[in-house]
Every structure is written in structure tokens, then in C-alpha cells.
Design a protein around this ligand. Structure first.
Ligand code: F6P
Length: 373
């Protein structure tokens, strides 16, 4: 029977995190008699032993607030910037856990968090994780906290772009987040009726996108909306990155792996302005004035949708029950209407990308959306 647990939020913030913190803290305290220490600013707070006790005052009035009352960060305990250097601070994280006599540590986060949490589990901590990411790319779960709200925000933005695009007879390219996955661009593009949707899983051909826009103009459509995932790529870029990833996977020495990792990082750095380049290319190839809108962190801000509040509350309260029963070593996944534990060792390091035959892809094709291929 657990008596005291730690809780932290890690990775990018998003709406719905506070619902999960509240759900966990209230159920832990009220139903199971467990004390919860909330570590601040992600794994850094655990390493540096910075925390707040989550009691009823802290847990009140936060359900509808965006962000996370605990703060978050992208630090990894095993590679933590410390005094200008990267240090392995796993030992400090373990010390904090032991000093407080914690029975379990609950980590709410995305793909990176799952990997960090697994490392702490291997260092001896009892771990439970909850899926959170607007990217919807965590393996073995159908839903994650934040995705629904971000999808709604991006869809509303696309709705709004329609009237200005048509008034000016423009192409508007709208860049949607999602990291290396296309879920958010695909879902919001479908919901907002984008004319073109470009996602990383389907390499695009600029010529085909331009042709689709010209075809719309011939049919009397005065504008076109192109929803593009931040990680989308044309065929050449996709081939280059696939080659680099494969070379790194099969590299024989650590030195070669490091070199290839540096090349991959450089590729992604140079890729950040690709949506601007596409906007210029479309203007050149269609003769139609084009503009770029980058939605950026707007997609992670503000109040959570009802769906994310319910999801956060269910995940949080169920996790409290699991902590009380001593069930650890798992991520709590969403499968249909159910929440099911999946071994953390299975989840960590696996990305859920959009299958190219996914029902949403098919639906987009069926309504005549150009996917750039
Ligand atoms: O993982 C969530 C996410 O918003 C991604 O979609 C995006 O690529 C990334 O985080 C942005 O990170 P940051 O907030 O650190 O700029």
C-alpha cells in the first residue's frame, strides 16, 4: 500500500495537464490516503529536490487552466545541463526519491518522458507514466492529453484563414505542429477542410501541390488552404533523412553514430524554414499570391477542451488507484473506452506515426484533398 508518491510533468506543456494533476492528487488524497509531492519543472525538480505538497488548496480551481501548475522542461536526468556541462544526474534523482520515502513516481509526458522514466525505472524507481502530447505520437495509446485541444485550436485557425484567403484570392500555407508525426496536421486539416494536407508520413511533390491549386483555380475556387505538418518533407528530403536514420541504426562504432546524429540534427535545423520555402515555390509555380501562417505555440495554449479535461481526470484518478495498489512499471494507455496498463519497456522509444492507409488519410482522399503524392 503506497503512502507517498511523487508526480511531475515533463516535455512540452499542453492543456489538460492540470486536469490530470488534479485528478491524481484529489483521488490520491481523498480516496486512497496517499500524500503527493509535485516536483517542479519536470525531471530537473526531481534532481534538484524542488517540490510542492499537492494538497486541496493547490488542487483547487485548476481544472480549466492551461499549462501545468508544476512547470515543465525538456531536461533528461542522465544528460542534464549543469554548470555549463551535461552531467548524468540520475543518482540525484534516485536520492530525492529515497530521501522522501516515495513508493512511486508518476511522470506525465510524451515520448521523451517515457524514455527518461524507463531509465529511472532501470535505476530502481517504481514508475507509472501517463501519455501527454499534442503530437499524438506515443505508441500503444489511442489518445494522449493535449491532442484534442490542439486539434480544435488548429482547426479553428484554418476556419479563420478561409475568409481572408478567399477575400484576397491567395494560397495560405498553414504550418501545424506535430514534431515528426502528421496526426495534428491531418486531423485539423480534415476538420478545417484544408484543400491540401502535407504530413511527414507521405512525402510530397511540390509540382503536384501546385497542380492541385491550379486545378482549383480553373474550377473557379479563388483560394487554397495548405495545411502542412512542421515535419513534412518532399521526396528528396525524405530520402535523405531515411538514409541518415538507417546509416545511424547500422553504424558500427559510437563515433560514426555520433557523427550521423550530428548530421541528423543539422538536417532538422536547416529544415525549420521549409514551409516558407514551400510558400515561395507555390507562388512561383501557380502565379497566385501566397502567405504563410505558423500556428506555433498557440496550439499549446489556453483552456483545455472538455475531452482533454475528461481524459486528464480519468488518467489521473486511475493512476492514483494503481499507485495505491502498487501497480507500477507501466504507462496507462487509452484503448477505445478503456484505460489499460502497457509495459513501459514496450512503449519507450517507439513512435506512433500515421499509417498511410489510416482511415483519416482515406477520408481526406475521398473528399478530394490533395496529399501531395
Ligand atoms: O511535442 C510537442 C511540441 O509542441 C511539438 O509539436 C513541437 O515540435 C515541439 O513540441 C516544440 O517544442 P518547444 O516548445 O520546445 O519549442
Amino acid at each position: 500500500m503506497a503512502r507517498r508518491v511523487g508526480l511531475l510533468t515533463s516535455g512540452g506543456d499542453c492543456p489538460g495537464l492540470n486536469a490530470a494533476i488534479r485528478g491524481f492528487g484529489k483521488a490520491a488524497l481523498g480516496t486512497h490516503g496517499i500524500e503527493t509531492l509535485g516536483f517542479l519543472d519536470g525531471f530537473r525538480g526531481l534532481v534538484e529536490n524542488r517540490f510542492v505538497r499537492l494538497e486541496s488548496d493547490e488542487l483547487s480551481g485548476i481544472l480549466t487552466d492551461g499549462g501545468t501548475i508544476l512547470g515543465t522542461g525538456r531536461d533528461k536526468p542522465h544528460k542534464m545541463p549543469t554548470n555549463g556541462r551535461s552531467e548524468d544526474r540520475t543518482g540525484d534523482a534516485v536520492n530525492t526519491y529515497q530521501r522522501h520515502g516515495l513508493d512511486c513516481l508518476v511522470c506525465i509526458g510524451g515520448g521523451g518522458t517515457q524514455k527518461n522514466a524507463l531509465r529511472l525505472q532501470e535505476a530502481g524507481l517504481n514508475i507509472l507514466t501517463l501519455p501527454k502530447t499534442i503530437d499524438n505520437d506515443i505508441a500503444f495509446t489511442e489518445a494522449s492529453i493535449g491532442f484534442d485541444t490542439a486539434r480544435q485550436i488548429a482547426a479553428e485557425a484554418i476556419d479563420r484563414l478561409h475568409s481572408t484567403a478567399t477575400s484576397h484570392q491567395r494560397i495560405i500555407v498553414v504550418e501545424v505542429m506535430g514534431h515528426r508525426a502528421g496526426w495534428l496536421a491531418l486531423a485539423s486539416g480534415l476538420a478545417g477542410g484544408a484543400d491540401v494536407i502535407l504530413i511527414p508520413e507521405i512525402p510530397y511533390d511540390v509540382g503536384k501541390v501546385a497542380a492541385a491549386v491550379r486545378e482549383r483555380a480553373r474550377a473557379g475556387k479563388r483560394y487554397s488552404i495548405v495545411a502542412i505538418a512542421e515535419g513534412a518533407m518532399n521526396a528528396d528530403q525524405s530520402e535523405e533523412i531515411t538514409g541518415l536514420i538507417e546509416a545511424r541504426r547500422t553504424a558500427e562504432s559510437k563515433r560514426d553514430r555520433q557523427k550521423l546524429s550530428a548530421k541528423l540534427e543539422a538536417f532538422h535545423r536547416d529544415h525549420t524554414d521549409h514551409t516558407l520555402r514551400l510558400t515561395h515555390q507555390l507562388e512561383e509555380q501557380t502565379g497566385q499570391e501566397s502567405r504563410l501562417t505558423i500556428l506555433g505555440h498557440l496550439q499549446r495554449g489556453g483552456t483545455p477542451s472538455a475531452t482533454d479535461r475528461v481524459l486528464g481526470t480519468r488518467l489521473g484518478t486511475t493512476a492514483a488507484k494503481m499507485a495505491a495498489n502498487g501497480e507500477t512499471g507501466v504507462m496507462l494507455a487509452v484503448l477505445g473506452d478503456e484505460l489499460r496498463p502497457i509495459a513501459l519497456s514496450k512503449v519507450a522509444g517507439v513512435k506512433k506515426l500515421v499509417p498511410t492507409d489510416h482511415a483519416w488519410v482515406q477520408a481526406a482522399r475521398d473528399v478530394g484533398t490533395c496529399l501531395g503524392d
